[in-house]
Design a protein around this ligand. Structure first.
Ligand code: SME
Length: 152
């Protein structure tokens, strides 16, 4: 069943209005998205470090990953940090610049969080489904990232 994307946005707004910390808001968002969207199997945030060369893993929900630091430019996450553009990989076996986290992952979407045009962080979502991402994911996750950008 198609998720109710506008209800999910409202829930994220509720987290943001509730006075909890940025990390708690991001973690609650991960849990919400993983629970409510069938094809989201791992949801996490990577934040740009102070010297702007490495992405540091922030709150996430799903299998533990050893990729807690990703250099800008490396993997799908690192590419988005450089291009500042959302990236969808519908089949990870066809992506040359990809860092594998788990053999279950078939596809991935990464959406940048920009503040005043500058890259600050990103949401990374892995899926165990083949080619599941549509324009609905693009528009929904872009809205989520725009909302969350006010936290940075
Ligand atoms: N697959 C990502 C690495 C992060 S894991 O998905 C959690 C990449 O290629 O950048």
């Amino acid at each position: 069943m198609k998720p109710n994307y506008s209800k999910l946005i409202q829930e994220i707004e509720t987290f943001m209005d509730s006075g909890i910390s940025r990390n708690e808001i991001l973690l609650n968002t991960c849990i919400l998205l993983k629970d409510e969207v069938f094809h989201y199997d791992w949801v996490g945030f990577y934040l740009l470090d102070a010297d702007k060369t490495v992405l540091i893993l922030g709150p996430y929900c799903g299998k533990q990953t050893e990729h807690t630091r990703i250099p800008v430019g490396q993997g799908v996450c690192g590419q988005v940090a450089e291009s500042l553009k959302l990236k969808i990989v519908q089949d990870v076996t066809k992506e040359g610049n990809y860092i594998a986290c788990s053999l279950d992952v078939q596809s991935e979407i990464v959406v940048p969080i920009l503040k005043n045009g500058l890259f600050r962080a990103e949401i990374d979502i892995d899926s165990h489904s083949p080619a599941p991402f549509t324009v609905d994911d693009e528009s929904f996750l872009s809205k989520v990232c725009e909302k969350l950008s006010t936290l940075f």
